[in-house]
Design a protein. Sequence first.
Length: 72
Amino acid sequence: MTDEPKWRVPVGILLILFGLIVYALVVARYVPEMLEGWNVAVQTIVYLFFGLVWLLPLGRLLNWMETGHKKD
């Protein structure tokens, strides 16, 4: 780890913010129609799933931000 700032960090932060905004808009637009009439417990599980699934690509992005290499 170096002490000098890297251009990948602000770019990565912007990518995370942009990706989360797009993801949230897509989920907010399409999931309620899909879940209409479903049991509240099932809806809760689905929303928890969609609330956590965005974390999957985050590890690779954070690794790229820090090292500049993609994680294999």
